[in-house]
Design a protein around this ligand. Structure first.
Ligand code: SAH
Length: 374
């Protein structure tokens, strides 16, 4: 049997691509629907158990394909019920996925890249740097693994009702892998989530926003964090390339696009940096003409950061000003703090330790090779 390198991972394929695959091996396109149901509804990965495929196809598929999500390397549960998984292939570069249970919904926060290239000054993933893009199977596979681990049933209590691309990475910089994953989240043959329950969060990549609008119907969240360019540049360096005015124009195009979705703006409140009443007023002016919602996020500190979270009273004051100005604004509750699962705290720490011990292991064996240790 050939190795994985020559076999296709069926988790990389959405319906259209899966149909192409079956046609390319001389099978009928409807096999794709059967396969998707086995993978995402029944969560069966073993071809031998796929009883509605012909015996011959069941024997042939293992030679051509695998069904492989990223492996769960570690699972942690917070005192508030938040669950965080470290996933990866075990060969380095782990990613983090977080489940946030609430009374009426369960939100899964997934990663799109290992690390991030955008270097936002208040985000610990940014401080870690960029390693690589995830494949579609590594993206949708996070949802598959989380569902499996939570015992996901269509009506269960720990049900994944929403998926947000707010973990590690900038999803619109990994568009080609994110798109099939979005399509599998939306497709009834996949996870069957409504458009408003799948959110792509971006630091403001203007061409990506337009491409998303033209490609699929999902919700858009934009990480704004400042109402003016000079401040936004210090927080989100990408603002130098796509300043606020251009970003707002792209958001208007998105909201006016064929799916008519209002845009959510994320605004992380950092003490003394972007939480002043004048900044709240400017934000009102900037957003008031756009169909939008504002999500205020208390800054989550991480080791080495110079920023602090705004005090409660300032967060409330900021919210009151923007609401008085006519915006719809909510304050995000910090969840999973005790297991470093909150926004901006995802860095694949466990993997760092693993890599360190791997490196130490390598060092020791090379020292031994050269007879440098007793
Ligand atoms: N790259 C995408 C998605 C990942 S970040 C984006 O920028 O939107 C997901 C959200 O968490 C973003 O709004 C980001 O600005 C916010 N965030 C990052 N670090 C944070 C921190 N330390 N405290 C609070 N929110 C943070």
């Amino acid at each position: 049997m050939p190795g994985n390198a020559t076999r296709i991972n069926l988790m990389d394929l959405d319906l259209v691509r899966m149909q192409e695959f079956f046609v390319s091996i001389g099978e009928k396109p409807f096999r794709a629907e059967q396969l998707l149901k086995w993978i995402y509804h029944a969560r069966i990965r073993d071809f031998a158990q796929m009883t509605n495929l012909s015996v011959q196809l069941r024997r042939r598929l293992p030679e051509l394909a695998v069904i492989e999500p990223p492996e769960i390397l570690r699972e942690q549960t917070s005192t508030d019920g938040t669950v965080k998984w470290l996933m990866g292939s075990g060969t380095g570069n782990a990613i983090e996925t977080v489940f946030i249970p609430e009374i009426k919904r369960g939100t899964l926060c997934i990663s799109s890249q290992v690390g991030c290239a955008l270097n936002c000054s208040f985000c610990s993933t940014g401080a870690q740097g960029f390693s690589r893009n995830l494949s579609a199977s590594e993206i949708i596979g996070q949802v598959w693994q989380a569902a499996e681990s939570l015992g996901h049933e269509r009506n269960g209590t720990r049900r994944i009702t929403n998926v947000v691309f707010m973990g590690m990475g900038e999803p619109l910089l990994n568009f080609d892998a994110v798109l099939p994953a979005l399509s599998l989240l939306r497709d009834d043959l996949g996870f069957g989530l409504a458009a408003k329950r799948v959110t792509v969060s971006t630091a403001g990549l203007v061409p990506g926003i337009d491409r998303l609008r033209d490609s699929i119907d999902v919700a858009l969240a934009v990480s704004l964090h400042a109402p003016v360019d000079d401040l936004r540049e210090t927080l989100v360096p990408l603002n130098r390339k796509y300043p606020i005015q251009e970003l707002m124009a792209a958001c208007s195009r998105y909201a006016a696009g064929k799916h008519k979705r209002s845009v959510t703006f994320e605004y992380t409140l950092i003490d003394g940096v972007n939480d002043q009443p004048e900044q709240a007023q400017k934000l009102v002016k900037l957003l008031r003409k756009l169909p939008s919602k504002l999500n205020l996020i208390p800054f989550n500190p991480f080791p080495g950061t110079q920023y602090r979270c705004s005090p409660q009273w300032k967060i409330r004051e900021f919210q009151e000003i923007v609401m008085a100005g006519g915006l719809i604004a909510t304050v995000r509750k910090t969840r999973g703090d005790d297991i470093d699962a909150a926004c901006g705290q995802l860095v694949g720490k466990f993997q760092d330790r693993t890599r360190r011990s791997e490196r130490l292991g390598q060092l020791n064996s090379s020292l031994q090779e050269h007879n440098l240790v007793p």
